[in-house]
Ligand binder design. Structure first.
Ligand SMILES: Cc1ncc(COP(=O)(O)O)c(C=O)c1O
Length: 406
């Protein structure tokens, strides 16, 4: 942990200066969206001062806008291990996934099957459930309890020659459980199914290589990893080529523009590139930008996991506190959901908020997980997420706060 340059990282986040009732704000709401470093704010501002225009113009600001978009694709491609023309931008993951599902729906025949999971955020369930209108059969794979991880045996049992699409989350935004995606990919390929991965909760916490995973499509959201509110869709070149996307007539028919309906969030793309730069600079010194991104994400993962162990150990020691999800040393992200006996999640969150400690409460759209846990009627869970700007003292303050309300 000592090797992680925490003070250097923290110094880049102006939001850490916020104080609440005389106490510095401690942000454990990263799984809902992280804070952003100054360079992202600067990139967004500079887009407006130096480059603000629509595309395809003969003048300098329009040319700069083309450059911003190209750079955004290049940097996101480097983060995911993809090629720039495999990277599309959209309003957010949910909107892109509905567009993707609607497009893939045209390739289905009545009786074709789609696999989703109980572990997934509803943004990776409802777009596929909607395809039942076209005669698709949608099967949801249960979780293994108590760690809330997708049951791969159940997945194996459901796959068959009618399975056309497997849509699965890489990591749960509620329990932190990480899925063995290499195995899921192998299983999907065995039946020749299209693999769609919701990596929104995975990308902020682990290095990613889409080639290794061999998925067809993968989605993430830069606002979960230090960037602006935006969504990203990776589509493997051949799968993206074949995708019958809905588009306006003048829109380019090839990837990635084919799925980018309307004018993009140019300033958000500029900020996304800066968010990638932030990651690449955490532990720079590699031979390439991609290598620096990987080094940065490895450093983030190592630091976060250690703090997560501190957090989970502290919570586990408290009588009356129940954690949902894998143990600290299992494959998981540093996102911890829990309840406190005789206190609603909102009560806990309000108590902590009054001390400047920001945690989430509710279901976070992982509604099926909360229902399966039997917590839907009681306000869901309290969720605390570690980010690279989280300090050990903040974790201790959170533990003290939970102990106090307990
Ligand atoms: C795992 C997961 N998937 C999908 C989404 C939806 O992302 P977006 O807000 O970009 O639509 C979220 C957002 O919280 C998420 O955590």
């Amino acid at each position: 942990m000592t090797e992680f340059a925490l003070q250097h990282v923290r110094g880049q986040f102006p939001a850490l200066d916020l104080s609440v009732g005389g106490r510095s704000a401690a942000y454990f709401d990263g799984p809902g969206g992280t804070q952003v470093p100054q360079r992202v704010l600067t990139a967004v501002t500079e887009y407006y001062t130096d480059s603000n225009a629509n595309r395809h113009g003969a003048f300098i600001t329009s040319e700069r806008t083309e450059h911003v978009i190209r750079t955004g694709r290049e940097k996101m491609a480097a983060l995911l291990g993809a090629d720039p023309d495999e990277i599309a931008f959209g309003a957010n993951m949910t909107t892109l996934n509905f567009s993707l599902a609607r497009a893939l729906g045209h390739t289905l025949h009545p009786g074709d099957e789609i696999i989703i999971t109980d572990m997934d955020h509803e943004a990776n369930r409802d777009p596929w459930l909607d395809l039942r209108e076209h005669g698709a059969v949608v099967r949801s794979i249960p979780m293994r309890m108590p760690d809330c991880r997708v049951d791969l045996d159940a997945l194996r049992a459901q796959l068959n020659h009618r399975t056309q699409i497997v849509a699965i989350g890489w990591a749960s935004n509620l329990s932190g459980a990480i899925v063995d995606l290499a195995e899921v990919g192998r299983l999907a390929r065995e039946v020749d199914a299209t693999l769609v991965v919701d990596a929104v909760h995975h990308v902020p916490h682990r290095p990613v290589d889409v080639r290794e995973v061999q998925c067809d499509f993968l989605l993430c959201s830069p606002y979960k990893f230090f960037g602006p509110h935006l969504g990203v869709l990776y589509g493997r070149r051949d799968a993206f080529d074949r995708l019958p996307a809905h588009r306006a007539r003048p829109q380019r028919a090839g990837p990635p523009e084919k799925i980018e309906t309307g004018t993009a969030n140019h300033e958000g793309i500029a900020g996304t590139a800066a968010a990638c730069d932030f990651i690449a600079d955490i532990d720079g010194g590699g031979d390439s930008y991609r290598e620096n991104l990987l080094r940065g994400m490895r450093a983030v993962a190592g630091y976060e996991d250690e703090l997560n162990r501190r957090l989970m150990r502290g919570l586990s020691d408290m009588d009356g506190v129940q954690i949902y999800g894998p143990a600290a040393d299992d494959e998981r992200t540093p996102t911890v959901s829990f309840t406190v006996r005789d206190r609603s999640p909102r009560e806990v969150a309000e108590f902590l908020a009054a001390q400047g400690i920001f945690v989430g409460d509710g279901h976070f759209y992982a509604l099926t997980v909360v229902e399966k846990l039997g917590l839907a009627a009681s306000g869901g869970v309290v969720r605390a997420g570690i980010a690279p700007y989280t300090a050990a003292e903040e974790v201790d303050a959170l533990l003290q706060g939970v102990d106090d309300i307990r």
